[in-house]
Design a protein around this ligand. Structure first.
Ligand SMILES: [Mg+2]
Length: 141
């Protein structure tokens, strides 16, 4: 079984960074680095390490910025990887899939998805959850 996490709006508070949208439009990748965690990372890391030991694969599936140039896509991907290194340092992700904006997340993936965007959850079908109660849902696995 695989467990996937979106980043922006799910574990990383990108939309809480001041002027995040203007910055993204100006191809400034700093909001991705500055985003604060949305849940307690120490708790999440502990749960993910436990689940991995029990046989679950842990993955990130996240989109790049809308309409980004190749250069900006690279900067955003780097910022996202660094964010994971900083905030979830103890987690060895089985998958880190950083996709172009809008690429369907369900293609080639299955299991559980945590994602703040309703269209992604709908497309995923069974096993897709919103961002409330992430820890409680993981605890029940
Ligand atoms: Mg999101």
């Amino acid at each position: 079984m695989k467990i996937w996490f979106d980043m922006d709006g799910t574990i990383a508070n990108l939309y809480g960074v001041e002027n995040w949208l203007d910055k993204l439009m100006n191809e400034d990748a700093t909001p991705y680095a500055e985003a604060k965690p949305l849940i307690r990372m120490a708790t999440l890391a502990r749960m993910l390490n436990r689940l991995q030991r029990e046989g679950y694969e842990i993955g990130i599936v996240t989109w790049l910025s809308k309409g980004a140039t190749v250069q900006y896509q690279e900067a955003v991907a780097k910022a996202k990887r660094e964010w994971l290194e900083i905030h979830l340092r103890s987690v060895r992700f089985d998958h880190i899939d950083i996709l172009e904006y809008g690429v369907p997340k369900q293609i080639g993936r299955d299991g559980i998805l945590f994602d703040d965007e309703e269209r992604n959850r709908k497309a995923w079908g069974d096993g897709a959850y919103d961002v409330d109660n992430i820890i409680e849902i993981l605890k029940a696995l």
